[in-house]
Design a protein around this ligand. Structure first.
Ligand SMILES: Nc1ncnc2c1ncn2[C@@H]1O[C@H](COP(=O)(O)OP(=O)(O)O)[C@@H](O)[C@H]1O
Ligand SMILES: [Mg+2]
Length: 255
């Protein structure tokens, strides 16, 4: 059976745009390969500047790779229609309030995505949005709220609702929960685990917290200076890391 996500020899480099080093190449990602099965959760760990966000952006299709290939269900992402890619791979951002439109109610923002991607009538679209709000622990009344009327935990729930409203195959979260209070963070992470079980969504998240990673991830990918240091099942990396760097990172990993 084809894997949900296959990343093969993926690489990315940028060019310095200004200053003394203008035009010189920055290698953000050296060729790396890994794969993910349906419903699995992958945690990407590594220090700042190690290439974590670059991987997240490439998978979410926000940037093009410099080399290699990403395949979703065996089909190269580059060859996939933009709308289909957006429907199947969704990203959750760190700053939830800023990623929501302040002038449009929560319900309308979600409904817009549904309208664009289905041929359902208006009533069915609205019903689907209300049902999605319920799935993320919000109330039907929240449909009519503007983002600023919600707490930060509720705003993050809206972002999750927006991510799942089209039943994607993968959700990518790049340090999305760092700014939340620990108790709310735990609730949001448990919510994601529930949704995963319910909907079979795969989840890729960047995290610095060994505690969260151990609790949530099936697989871990360790990055260091643009290189993949180690990749494997959580239990193996936690109990028998091959690399000293992996051990160090997992021992010191806090939020
Ligand atoms: N748009 C860009 N232009 C130039 N360099 C970039 C750009 N994005 C990332 N980089 C560089 O690529 C490397 C990896 O960055 P990033 O993936 O953001 O790391 P992380 O998320 O692990 O902190 C860093 O050296 C960073 O400066
Ligand atoms: Mg980053």
């Amino acid at each position: 059976m084809t894997k949900l996500l296959e990343v093969e020899q993926l690489s990315k480099s940028y060019r310095h745009k200004t200053g003394l080093f203008s035009g010189t190449k920055i290698v953000a990602l050296e060729p790396l390969s890994f794969s993910l099965e349906r419903g699995e959760t992958l945690a990407i760990m590594g220090e700042t500047g190690s290439g974590k966000s670059t991987i997240a952006r490439l998978i979410a299709g926000a940037e093009k790779p410099s080399g290699g290939e990403i395949r979703l269900n065996g089909k190269p992402l580059q060859a996939t229609d933009y709308a289909e890619r957006c429907r199947n791979i969704r990203m959750i951002f760190q700053d939830s309030l800023r990623s929501l439109n302040p002038q449009i109610t929560v319900g309308k923002q979600l409904k817009e995505a549904v309208r664009f991607n289905t041929n359902w009538d208006a009533a069915t679209q609205q019903q689907h949005v209300v049902e999605t709000l319920r799935k993320v622990g919000l109330l039907p009344d929240h449909y009519h709220f503007y983002p600023h009327m919600l707490s930060s935990g509720q705003q993050q729930r809206v972002c999750i609702a927006r991510a799942i409203v089209l039943a994607p195959q993968i959700i990518v979260a790049d340090e999305a929960f760092v700014s939340l209070d620990p108790s709310i963070r735990a609730q949001i992470i448990n919510l994601i685990l529930d949704l995963q079980q319910d909907m079979g969504i795969s989840f890729i998240f960047v995290s610095h917290s060994t505690e969260i990673v151990k609790h949530v991830a099936d697989k871990i990918l360790i990055m260091h200076r643009g290189k993949m240091i180690e990749f494997g099942p959580t239990q193996v990396l936690v109990n028998h890391p091959k690399e000293t760097y992996t051990r160090h990172l997992l021992q010191t990993g806090t939020l």
